[in-house]
Design a protein around this ligand. Structure first.
Ligand code: HEC
Ligand code: HEC
Length: 326
């Protein structure tokens, strides 16, 4: 045999074995987030449940994603009666690599999960069966929070009214199905800063609310922009383009906003019955204003103060672009 051909074949065989090995490793060993689920103990005091309810509905937005959203109203508040029952679809039409459906997180569907398994899922994205979930659920952010806050959320979702509904399973496209296995990391918990440490506390809330997921430019599966400087584009039904705003303290962002304006921007959506009815083609947003509108004034002040400490980045954004004008 030709010498070169022989070497070529040897190299090819090594590569082949290496690639198969890598696939087997990713498939069989990952995700690896360290320990098996911890055994944890929940407290069900009214304080804890109140904290869990606040976080799950208004800050971490579990209930926003795990309900049907009513996009006939501005900012798509949850359809009453579906809270926690899941059913939001994130698919190719919205630019996602597969078809992901938020499952029911009321006790009807989570009976088989132990508290420790739920804790691991929320903070590392690894399911009971060891498989990863799609990172649209901001589990990496949740894994940087205070354990007590996660426990409060678990206690609260355990107390939801059980809704008898099973959502269809999610499906990831290949090769994303393999890539998805490499994303979960060990959680690195923190201690919630006291509210008096306004900036650190605001930073903690911005992480918990995952503002960065939407407010940092994202292209081809990666964050490409400056942190919180806006510019992530979402395709809306009907082809309109929606772009997230710049939250840094530059004049093209929140540079000229007063604290009062910032707080009022959120509070104006507090009364659900006053949310604008949106006709097809009119500007609509995925920013869950009506859920965030119940963030307390103190917490909104802290978020504002933290955002004002970010590096100012110039990025003028046009939030709404109608399909016809594109
Ligand atoms: C941005 C949307 C979003 C947010 C916010 C979100 N989730 Fe999810 N969650 C999802 C999606 C989508 C899935 C399914 C992913 C998949 O199947 O790959 C999921 C999966 C889950 C599962 C797995 C259930 C099962 O049947 O295996 C649980 C439990 C869960 N989420 C709880 C929560 C809790 C608790 C919070 C708040 C702390 C939360 N989620 C916040 C979108 C979200
Ligand atoms: C699900 C995606 C999403 C999340 C999460 C999100 N936003 Fe937004 N946000 C948007 C989009 C898109 C816009 C532009 C359209 C609009 O005004 O609603 C926007 C607009 C805004 C505006 C209005 C700016 C203006 O020019 O009027 C502010 C302020 C804002 N977001 C702050 C935040 C903060 C603070 C957080 C976290 C607590 C957050 N957002 C979380 C998507 C999101």
């Amino acid at each position: 045999m030709n010498r070169y051909l022989k070497y070529g074949l040897i190299i090819f065989s090594f590569l082949f074995v290496f690639i198969i090995g890598a696939i087997v490793y990713i498939q069989m060993v990952l995700p690896d987030v360290g320990n098996p689920p911890e055994s944890i103990k929940l407290t069900n005091s009214s304080e804890t449940l109140k904290r869990g309810k606040y976080l799950a509905n208004h800050v971490m937005l579990c209930i926003d994603c795990h309900s049907k959203r009513d996009f006939s109203l501005y900012s798509g508040p949850p359809v009453p009666g579906t809270e926690g029952a899941g059913g939001e679809i994130f698919d190719h039409d919205l630019g996602f690599p597969g078809r992901f459906i938020s499952p029911n997180i009321t006790p009807f569907n989570l009976k088989s999960y132990s508290d420790g398994e739920l804790f691991r899922l929320i903070t590392t994205g690894v399911k009971k069966d060891g498989n990863p979930i799609f990172p649209i659920m901001p589990y990496a952010n949740y894994g940087k929070m205070d354990k007590e806050d996660i426990l409060a959320v678990i206690a609260y979702i355990r107390s939801l009214q059980a809704i008898d509904k099973i959502q269809p399973a999610s499906e990831a496209d290949f090769p994303f199905s393999l890539i998805m296995r490499t994303i979960p990391q060990k959680a690195e918990f923190s201690t919630k800063p006291p509210a008096s440490d306004v900036i650190a506390y605001g930073k903690y809330l911005v992480n918990a609310a995952a503002c960065n997921d939407c407010h940092t430019q994202f292209e081809n599966g990666e964050f490409t922009g400056e942190y919180l400087a806006g510019g992530r584009v979402f395709t809306m039904p009907g082809g309109n383009l929606l772009t997230s705003s710049n939250l840094t303290p530059h004049p093209t962002g929140l540079g000229n906003w007063s604290k009062e304006q910032f707080i009022e921007r959120f509070k104006q959506y507090k009364d659900r019955s006053k949310l604008k009815k949106v006709q097809a083609g009119e500007p609509q947003t995925i920013m869950p204003w009506s859920m965030y509108a119940d963030i307390t004034t103190e917490d909104l002040e802290a978020i504002y103060s933290y955002l004002q400490t970010l590096k100012p980045v110039e990025n003028a954004v046009v939030r709404f672009k109608q399909a016809e004008s594109l």
